[in-house]
Design a protein. Sequence first.
Length: 311
Amino acid sequence: MITRILFPLFVWMLAFGILLLIILLPMDTVFTEGRGGSFGGAVYDYQFMNHWANIKFFLSYIIEHQGLGLDRLGNPVSEQITTVFGRSLKIFVPAIIIGFFLGIAKGVLDYRFRKGTGKFFGQYATAGILAIPDIAVIILIQIAVLYLQAKGLVDINLFGHDQIDNVLMNILYLSIYPVMFISTITFNALQAEQGEDYVRTARSKGISEMKVLYTHMLKNGMLKVFAYSNTIVLYTLSNLFIVEVFTEYRGAAFYMYETLGSATTFYVGALLSADVIAQIGYVFLFTVFILLANVVSGIARSLVSVEGEKL
């Protein structure tokens, strides 16, 4: 159990250290001009001393300001980051919970109705949705909502962050892939368990099919489901950026995207530098969240593994 906590902590420290070094890379770029001042090329000139100077500046800045300091408007950067991060958690956490519970339920149903016409609405439908890019699914949902709004059947705000409609719709967008992915994993886990000796023994004793499925097969199969929990968290986290930017939901992913810079024009001599201090704050919180997810996942796998051994 201790290993499930210490190893992810070590990996997090290593990963965050590497990300910090990448963010603090010196932005020393030499631009060359062509005829008429046109862009001729750009050469990045890395100097270790400049990199080291950035690292020392960041550490001294953190010590001097006892945190991330103030933004251009004089507001604490850390407060802004935690506020918008909480806004992102309002859609991220429910999407993960829905993904696991609804995904497992759908996987069980797909397994129970895996024969006959039921498989077309079960495993085939799941595979079909997984094959469609997430952004395409979001657009299709929005088109459907807009059509219903044109008919006067619904009144849903699709863009923004300050209404309950925005929260619920973004939870829907984020939970689609986790539900389908966990459903597939659950279905495959149950199929793998159906040929085990303990299943045949339980059936030979006259135990009902439902009890064999839920008490034995599903409990043992849960270890395989939890093995993919990190994948689901990371994929959903990457989708968070797409959803927030696309729907203008002003959470942590939206503002972190803004710190990276998103130029619409370019001219020779222009060099966009990200808001490095705020960017490091966002990276820290996102990586800490991933660390917590890894720890919880590891503990859950340990508990399920122990329960499985008792069967």
